[in-house]
Design a protein around this ligand. Structure first.
Ligand code: MG
Length: 251
């Protein structure tokens, strides 16, 4: 069942989302050659707890850290490590969530480490553009797969593929709530959207094939062909006035 959030609940979610966004920004701002993904995790953890919140990912199904740090061909769910030192030309997806007042926020972005290839830059920009194009359909009266279709169309138009195995999701008191939001689909299909739904929309797109494999750690999803992957995510409330990005920092 999809839980409808009242305006009051959405205002509470905004706080969890703001802290999630602050943690993402702090970790993202720290991305540079020579830093480990472990240190990025510590930065995000510090922001979350100093704002009185709890890391949503830490301990989630046994996940050991506060961020997912997925470098280059890693798609999502990369585990931070002291040994994973970023180097010039890498790209890194950071995904982070916080729980505050009983509600969860979730967001992700992919960052360049110094100078990156034009193709890598286009991949990152396309994952972000896919999100914003899909946002146009996060409105009452649209269909769920209008969002999915916009992600797929934007990605494929730029020569990239969309990951099938992992999807966006409803979010609220739990990090993962119905509905699942595939990053591919047919426009005009799926459930009808209405005000009070809160969705984590998260394009995950690959430079090469859409095929995925999972590392022996049981978490890290990477591209089967070893090519790059990019991820972009916001928590979005559907309101009568249109989409409201709850994980966007003002100013
Ligand atoms: Mg998510």
């Amino acid at each position: 069942m999809i839980e409808t959030k009242s305006e009051y609940e959405i205002s509470l979610m905004r706080q969890a989302c703001r802290i999630s966004a602050l943690a993402l920004k702090a970790a993202g701002d720290a991305v540079r050659a020579g830093i480990s993904t472990w240190e990025l995790d510590e930065i995000a953890f510090g922001v979350i707890v100093s704002n009185g919140a709890t890391p949503a990912f830490l301990g989630y199904n046994g996940f050991p850290n506060s961020i997912c740090a997925s470098v280059n061909d890693e798609i999502i769910h990369g585990i931070p490590s002291r040994e994973a030192i970023l180097k010039e030309g890498d790209i890194i997806s950071i995904d982070v969530g916080a729980v505050y007042n009983g509600y969860v926020g979730d967001n992700a972005n992919t960052y360049a480490v110094g100078a990156i290839s034009d193709e890598a830059r286009l991949l990152i920009e396309t994952s972000k553009l896919a999100f914003y194009n899909s946002l146009e359909f996060a409105r009452p009266g649209c269909r769920l797969h209008d969002i999915s279709h916009a992600v797929q169309e934007t990605s494929e138009a730029n020569g990239f593929s969309v990951v099938r195995e992992f999807v966006g999701h409803g979010i609220g008191k739990k990090m993962h709530e119905p509905p699942s939001i595939p990053n591919y689909g047919k426009a005009g299909t799926g459930i009808r959207l209405y005000a009070g739904m809160v969705l984590a929309i998260e394009p995950m797109i690959n430079q090469g094939s859409a095929k995925v494999k999972i590392n022996s750690d049981g978490w890290t999803a990477r591209t089967a062909d070893g090519k790059l992957s990019s991820h972009y995510e916001h928590t979005v409330a559907i309101t009568k006035a249109g989409p409201l990005i709850l994980t966007e920092l003002e100013g």
